[in-house]
Write a protein that binds this ligand. Sequence first.
Ligand SMILES: Nc1nc2c(c(=O)[nH]1)N[C@H]1C(S)=C(S)[C@@H](COP(=O)(O)O)O[C@H]1N2
Ligand SMILES: [Mo]
Length: 430
Amino acid sequence: MRRVRAWLRGDERPPGPFRPEFWRSPLRGPWLTSVFGLVLLVGISIMALTGLLSYAAYNPRLPGNDITPERGLLGFYLFDWPTDPVWLYRLNQGVHVILGLTLVPVLLAKLWSVIPRLFSWPPARSPAQLLERASLLLLVGGAVFQFVTGILNIQLFYVFPFSFYPAHLYGAWIFLAALAAHVVLKLPRVITALRSRGFRQELRTGLRDTRPEPPDPDGLVPVAPAAPTMSRRGALAFVGGGSLTVFGLSVGQTLDGPLRGTALLAPHGRTYGPGPNDFQVNKTAASLGIGAAETGPGWRLALTGPRPVRLSRADLLALPSHTHRLPIACVEGWSTEQEWTGVRLADLARLAGAEDGTGVFVRSLQRGGVFSHASLSARQVADPRSMLALRVNGADLSLDHGFPARIIVPGAPGVHNTKWVRELDFRSFS
Ligand SMILES: Nc1nc2c(c(=O)[nH]1)N[C@H]1C(S)=C(S)[C@@H](COP(=O)(O)O)O[C@H]1N2
Ligand SMILES: [Mo]
């Protein structure tokens, strides 16, 4: 009892990880932590930029597109997402997802390198210190939360009890605020630490000459270091090798083509359909209960506008058709480029009597869920490559790829390429 009181007063530390002697790795120290921290800072800055752009790409100001309508001020930077270059969203999302995966080993290494700080005792000596530690909770918790929700999402493994989009968006802002404070607070120490040892020199230092860094005020350097079993260069190679492995086994799902087969960590398997339709499927028709009944000869496309029209697939095939190679790029990081043939959205708008400059609200046969509808902007409708696709790679669309008709818009997120379209409702959004 007296023991516990002494711990609580801070006169004595509880045993185990709360004692500095517990942490013995001779590699821990401000230099190594700063190297990992710097890599993360650069990487996470790119993650933040691509993440916020990814949100803008949804054109969330258009009706029905936003999964986080209560975003308030956080939408301050939104802009009308362009259709050119067509690879913009593909690149953005590929970088966001693949870089995120690649940074995982670095994040783990960084957390490992500072873990003694988690057990510093007493937990706080002053209100200011308490505040600092609370901000670290947001920082570490925020980082772990963003990486875990992101990775679970690309695995389509929705085990968390909340919706991914708002969680990942609001989580990002909380994490970025904590990160900004952390960087401002730590920058002077990082600079000193990085100057304390030459990077090249460290890469030339083998196990035999590996010594602990000099004692530091933060207590990262062990007071009772064990003999090294790995050099700093070995630790960097280990973490870097882990990152390279993750990168090498995932990048193929973004690059597509022959490299698709190398994406062993990609969650979606490898074959998807017959012949020309053999490319990645997001959700299959069967999984949504869409079958021959509603997609068969009785299917009609409704064009809603000043002059409503109903068209069969044969009617659509008789209209002027256009063919373009365009990507489907999913928010989950995979992408694929295919040759699509169909009718221009702008032609369909004119057919429905819509004025120039109208957008379109697209409805799918699929009922319910965020995929059952999407708004496309006036700019997207006006692009001559935006189409209601009927065929792909010279064959009819397969049911899984959206037969009888689907949307293909250059540069749009995959989720706006609505499959199994039943209605195009041309409207002015401004
Ligand atoms: N109706 C409907 N359209 C949809 C989807 C869906 O689940 N339902 N998935 C979207 C998403 S998230 C992507 S990435 C693309 C994938 O198209 P694909 O399955 O033909 O490759 O379709 C989009 N269109
Ligand atoms: Mo997607």
